[in-house]
Design a protein around this ligand. Structure first.
Ligand code: HPA
Ligand code: ZN
Length: 332
């Protein structure tokens, strides 16, 4: 089997995906028009030209702007369904998606509207394609602790359908410790925890995410190797990193994909996974991330299988389901 076919056939779990980051320009125009919301871009081509980022913030500015056209439950449903269709095409059989309630509640959209639209699509995709999923609610770290607490409160009526809380948005200057108390309160409510750390931020942020936020996974974590003690700990604790190669390329975390340290981490025994982060903005969904990374880093078939296996081991599904998918991977 050639590698492209192997990648297509591998069952995969996606563990780092912002649903607002799957907003394709075509759908953005369609929803803007039906909601009578003006967007500053005149054409799809113009939008795509604007997707020339030089760091995380330059992306976030455009990402939050695009999300402004999402108003009704149906909008969130359509957005999520379009992503799930891509999962089906890429043989992503399980996905744990981030959503950013504050991006919407700040504009007067109800938490319930956001939740129901996304959750409805996840349910329908399970019926239609058998894709299993979990929802992870992220706090925007550029906003205050108080606002995060407010969001946590709003989530409680829906907590049985939200598996974890996470932390995203502008990393540098907003260390994990800023949200220690919110995360403690979330854990008391039964939420698991994850956090973006070490994308642009220093390794100290990864230590804080582990020690203060008690995370089950580190989102990104590509700066881990700068700290030998940290690397040792990640290996010892089998701590998963949800790495997003095309995102790192587009946001200039690496100059070229061949410079990415994913293979190095894999060789050291770090539990790395491949994910698409914000695929509508970064030029590729799951398989595209696998294909381009495999080519740039000359990953072996065995390494690709380990990455796919890691994605299930690092997921929040049952042990039985993990074993079922791992068995399929090994049989390929
Ligand atoms: N990093 C931080 N915040 C984000 C990202 C990311 O990669 N994508 C969407 N929000
Ligand atoms: Zn992310």
């Amino acid at each position: 089997m050639n590698q492209m076919n192997l990648i297509k056939k591998l069952p995969k779990a996606e563990l780092h995906l912002h649903i607002e980051g799957t907003f394709e320009p075509e759908l953005m125009f369609e929803i803007a028009s039906r909601n009578n919301v003006a967007i500053r871009f005149k054409s799809i081509e113009e939008i795509k030209e604007a997707y020339n980022f030089h760091n995380l913030q330059s992306f976030l500015d455009i990402y939050y702007e695009g999300a402004k056209v999402l108003i009704h439950e149906r909008d969130f449903y359509d957005l999520t369904m379009a992503y799930l269709k891509r999962c089906h095409e890429d043989h992503v059989v399980h996905t744990e998606i981030f959503f950013d309630p504050q991006t919407h509640t700040e504009r007067g959209i109800r938490f319930e509207t956001v939740f129901k639209g996304i959750h409805g699509a996840l349910n329908d995709a399970q019926k239609k394609w058998g894709i299993t999923s979990h929802m992870i609610m992220c706090f925007l770290r550029h906003l205050s602790e108080e606002e995060a607490f407010k969001t946590l409160e709003q989530s409680l009526p829906f907590k049985k359908d939200i598996i974890a809380v996470g932390l995203d948005s502008s990393e540098v200057g907003h260390p994990p410790r800023k949200f220690q108390r919110v995360f403690e309160a979330a854990m008391k409510e039964g939420y698991l925890t994850v956090a973006h750390a070490g994308e642009e931020g220093e390794p100290a942020y990864i230590w804080e995410a582990l020690d203060l936020l008690k995370v089950k996974r580190i989102d990104h974590g590509v700066r881990s190797l700068e700290d030998e003690k940290l690397t040792e700990r990640l290996i010892l604790e089998k701590m998963p990193l949800t790495v997003c190669p095309l995102s790192n390329l587009k946001l200039c975390v690496v100059k070229k994909l061949a410079d990415h340290n994913l293979k190095k981490m894999l060789e050291l025994g770090v539990k790395v996974t491949i994910n698409s982060d914000d695929p509508a903005y970064f030029g590729g969904y799951m398989n595209e991330n696998f294909i381009q990374t495999a080519e740039a880093l000359k990953l072996s078939d065995q390494e690709l299988k380990i990455i796919a296996q890691n994605s299930f081991e690092a997921s929040f599904i049952s042990d039985e389901l993990k074993q079922k998918w791992i068995k399929e991977i090994k049989a390929l």
